[in-house]
Design a protein around this ligand. Structure first.
Ligand code: CA
Ligand code: CA
Length: 580
């Protein structure tokens, strides 16, 4: 009798996918994450990164009854920018905080189960606040990257460290803040540090042990390796040394993969964006500087780059091309879309990298007049390139230009969302420009490697942020909601035809996915610069978002930073459900 009862309980656990009997997170579960509404297993709410939940229990008809279920403070004195997306599995929420901290919470009550605070050394060099964007789940592990460029895997139940691996040398400027991506049973990560002349790459590890499986640098000239029995075996040079780079510049070429990647199981490709070529002063490195400011599609099985699409060849404005590449179906084809810092919204064939469309999604773009759909290359306006300092009057400062977007981008780290129901992308855009000029610079390990100066300025008096719904077939902006402060949180859309997003002013908002009409908002007590999630438990739909103002804007934002300096810092996670 007892045995029979136990067997039926185990059976139930398998059906519901919850309870103490549930097995660890498998690759098959991660591939189905976007469809499984009882959990959120990956950054992007699914490997494709669409940030769409089919859940429709919360909708326009009842959202006025959406109220807080619980809130949890990250505590301490470390109230800095919180850009983290929580994960939910087996009744637990895993959420990272500033300064490389991670918490496990009871997803229903908010009760703290454990926390891990990474011991950070003196001398870390995060460019853009001490943020973290989230963790990955695999088997019984929760894995996240730290500001001193390490990976840490902890036991989901106890918070005990199972393995730790160094990505690279923090003293050279390396750091890591993106959520790792699990694809085909591998842990895929990138690196941060593009402002210090480090080398961007995509790396695959065994998520159970942290041991390297392959590494693929994304600066031409650097070697890629696969690892067999702990030994590095050459896996094809990433291009020819000096091709697209002059002299030794490739040795400190940047192109960091700092926002991590997405994956599409139908193509077998992982899509990583790459940042600016280093230094910012483009006159020092004539050529395309591959594979900087690109989307690179990496075959997860081999670590080889199947295709790349470069958005800003020889980038002279720090238009990091890191923005997430979200795959979706369009006219029977698997496409991918990316809203780039350079102001263009790209639609690209996910299988072969062929450009399908490129549309401006901000009101002002000065650096290019458009994108040539045949060649895929931008039509540059040479007059808008910041001048060569060696040709300036004193050889120390090139001519100043006013460029838009600013380097903080038409869109930055805040991820957009795609609704298969409306066929629209929801893009948290910003309207700003910058005065920018070039200066001489030489590479020095661990020192800022820019060779540029700048001041960021708003373009309009009344707003910087604009939530925009974009039709990927035409590039048409179907609706927009302006926001006074720059939008810096991500977006989620739902089967209930809602779009959720946060604002630096502290609100988490829900608007109608079809027309943008505001239906609900809640003040979280600090600025929201993180993407919301949703899941279902016990027949109820939950929505969560992390709150805590910070990130790159207050640090780098020039005249914009002055506009937002009244906003207060924080550090908490908020969870909502419908009032019964
Ligand atoms: Ca799921
Ligand atoms: Ca950069």
């Amino acid at each position: 009798m007892k045995r029979k009862l136990l067997a039926s309980l185990v059976g139930m656990a398998l059906i519901t996918g919850s309870s103490a009997f549930a097995a660890g997170v498998t690759d098959a579960m991660i591939e189905k994450d976007a469809q499984s509404v009882g959990d959120v297993l990956s950054w992007g709410m699914g490997q494709q990164g669409q940030r769409y939940t089919p859940l429709d229990k919360i909708n326009a008809g009842n959202i006025s009854k959406l109220v807080p279920a619980w809130s949890f403070s990250f505590g301490g004195e470390k109230q800095r920018g919180q850009e983290s997306q929580p994960l939910v599995h087996n009744g637990k929420m895993f959420v990272t905080g500033s300064y490389s901290r991670i918490y496990a919470l009871d997803a229903k009550s908010g009760k703290k189960l454990w926390k891990y605070e990474h011991r950070l050394p003196e001398g870390i060099m995060p460019c853009c606040d001490v943020i973290n964007r989230g963790a990955a789940l695999f088997d019984n592990l929760v894995i996240f990257a730290t500001l001193d460029a390490q990976l840490v895997a902890l036991d989901q139940n106890t918070g005990d460290v199972v393995w730790k691996e160094k990505i690279d040398d923090y003293a050279a400027g390396y750091s890591a803040s993106a959520a790792p991506l699990i694809a085909k049973g591998l842990l895929l990560t990138g690196v941060s540090g593009g402002e210090f002349g480090v080398i961007g790459r995509v790396e695959a590890r065994d998520p159970k042990t942290g041991k390297m499986v392959w590494t693929r640098p994304v600066v031409e000239g650097h070697m890629g390796y696969k690892y067999e029995g702990g030994k590095a075996i050459e896996n094809g040079i990433s291009g020819t040394t000096n091709k697209t780079w002059p002299g030794d510049l490739w040795k400190s070429g940047g192109a960091t993969t700092w926002l991590g990647g997405t994956y599409d199981a139908t193509t077998g490709l992982a899509y990583f964006g790459t940042g600016n070529p280093a230094p910012w002063n483009s006159h020092l490195r004539p050529g395309d500087n591959l594979f900087s400011t690109s989307t690179v599609a990496v075959d997860v099985a081999t670590g080889k780059i199947t295709w790349h699409y470069q958005k800003t060849p020889n980038d002279g404005w720090d238009y990091d091309g890191v923005n997430e590449f979200i795959t979706f179906d369009m006219d029977g084809k698997r496409m991918g879309a990316s809203a780039d810092r350079n102001g263009f919204f790209y639609v690209i064939d996910a299988k072969n990298g062929k450009l399908n469309g490129a549309f401006p999604f901000v009101s002002k773009i000065t650096w290019a007049t458009g994108i040539d759909l045949k060649t895929g290359r931008p039509n540059y306006d040479p007059a808008n390139r910041p001048g060569d300092p060696t040709k300036g009057p004193d050889g120390k400062k090139g001519n100043v230009v006013f460029s838009a977007p600013s380097f903080l981008g038409g869109k930055n780290q805040q991820p957009m969302a795609y609704s298969p129901k409306t066929g629209l992308f929801y893009v948290p855009a910003n309207e700003w420009g910058m005065e920018i000029w070039n200066e001489p610079v030489t590479y020095k390990k661990g020192a800022a490697y820019l060779g540029a100066g700048f001041t960021i300025k708003p373009l309009h008096d009344d707003y910087i942020g604009a939530m925009r719904a974009i039709d990927p077939k035409t590039g048409k902006i179907v609706w927009e909601n302006k926001n006074s402060a720059p939008l810096w949180g991500g977006v989620m859309t739902t089967g209930g035809n809602l779009v959720f997003y946060g604002t630096p002013e502290g609100f988490i908002k829900a608007v109608d996915a079809k027309n943008g009409k505001e239906l609900w908002k809640f003040q979280t007590g600090s600025g929201v610069v993180a993407p919301p999630i949703s899941w279902e438990e016990g027949g109820e739909q939950y929505v969560a978002v992390v709150s805590g103002w910070g990130g790159a804007v207050p640090l780098w934002g020039g005249e914009v930073a002055k506009k937002v300096n009244t906003l207060e810092q924080g550090g908490s996670v908020w969870v909502f459900k419908l009032l019964k």
